[in-house]
Each structure stands twice: as C-alpha cells, then as structure tokens.
Ligand binder design. Structure first.
Ligand SMILES: Cc1cc2nc3c(=O)[nH]c(=O)nc-3n(C[C@H](O)[C@H](O)[C@H](O)COP(=O)(O)O)c2cc1C
Length: 171
C-alpha cells in the first residue's frame, strides 16, 4: 500500500507534535510525506500535481493541528483547488477506492470535546465536514488519528502518542 501524508502546518519550526509525526511517518516503508505550506507558501495550489499525487497513492492522510475547531487555512484552499468537479465529484470518481484519514493534534484534552466538556462538541462532530466530503466523493473515511491535550502534555506523553502513528498509517 502506498500512503501519502500531506502535512498542513504553517509553523513547523515551532511545532512539538506535527514535526515529530512527520519525522516518524517519513521513516515508514511506503509512506511519502509532503510539507504543504513549504510547497505553497503563497496559497497557489497546483491542483494537477496534487491530483497526480492522490492518483498514485492508495491512502491519503491529511495531517494538521486543530485551529479554531477546523484546519489551518491552506487545507481548505487545497480542498477547494484539488477536489474539482468532473474529477472528484459531478461526473468524476477519482477518489473511489481511496482511503482518507485525518491526523489531528489539539491543544485541549479529549475530555473537553464532549457534551459536558468546555467545547461541548465532539471531535466526530467537528471533523464531520471531512467525513462528509470523502463520503460524497466515494472514498473511504478512516478513523481519525488524534493526539489531544498537547498544550499540557509532557514530552514523554507526546513521544508515546507519536509512537502510535506508524501503526495507524499502515493498519
Ligand atoms: C490559530 C490557532 C488556533 C487553535 N485552535 C485550537 C482549537 O480550536 N482547539 C484546540 O484544541 N487547540 C487549538 N489550538 C492549539 C493547537 O491545536 C495546538 O497548539 C497544536 O495542535 C499543537 O501542535 P504542534 O505542536 O504541531 O504545533 C490552536 C492554535 C492556534 C495557533
């Protein structure tokens, strides 16, 4: 299986989690890792290049830190540019048979993403635009890989969570 990890993080130089996830992913056989903010610092996404990358991989992982209950802006730009009518939907079925997964780090802990928690909504609810997008485009949406509570996590806790990434990428 060929797996593509697309990383959307505007400040990888200051990252604790996503940089570590990238590094561990890059060491896994059959995994290609791309730093999308480095590719497109001006937000002009090369749709053809991205479509070709998707077409030549079986599983696509969208990796990002949670920003305002969503993704950093470049991922939205990427979706709007790449998932075109006639290719991904509306007559196109390029994503049929592909597996998509989101890999997301959150500053707040898992228990805050519950009905009773401070954010009230669950991660499943907040990530539903991704699930719905990939359902609509006939892809398979895999269980998200989440690393939560990053704001207060110790280095040991982050290391332990990051160590689970290779298994999630290849399961
Ligand atoms: C602009 C911005 C918005 C953020 N919004 C959220 C949020 O909605 N929920 C949350 O749990 N953490 C939020 N955070 C915290 C980040 O998710 C957290 O710092 C990141 O996942 C850590 O990953 P990193 O070490 O790779 O940067 C936000 C951070 C920034 C800079």
């Amino acid at each position: 299986m060929r797996t593509l990890v697309l990383v959307f993080h505007p400040h990888l130089d200051r990252s604790r989690v996503n940089r570590a996830l990238m590094d561990v992913a890059a060491g896994v056989d059959g995994v290609t890792v791309v730093d999308e903010y480095a590719q497109y610092p001006d937000f002009v996404v090369d749709a053809e290049r991205e479509q070709e990358l998707i077409e030549t991989h079986d599983r696509i992982v969208l990796q990002f830190p949670f920003y305002w209950y969503s993704s950093p802006a470049l991922l939205k730009q990427w979706e709007d540019a790449v998932l075109k009518a006639g290719w991904a939907y509306a007559g196109g079925r390029a994503l049929e048979g592909k597996e998509f997964m989101v890999a997301v780090s959150t500053g707040s802990p898992a228990e805050s993403y519950t009905r009773e928690g401070s954010h009230v909504r669950t991660m499943e609810e907040l990530l539903s635009p991704f699930e719905t997008t990939f359902r609509h485009t006939h892809a398979t949406y895999l269980k998200p890989f989440l690393i939560q509570g990053v704001a207060t996590a110790t280095d040991e806790q982050i290391d332990a969570a990051v160590a689970k990434y290779p298994a999630a990428l290849t399961a």
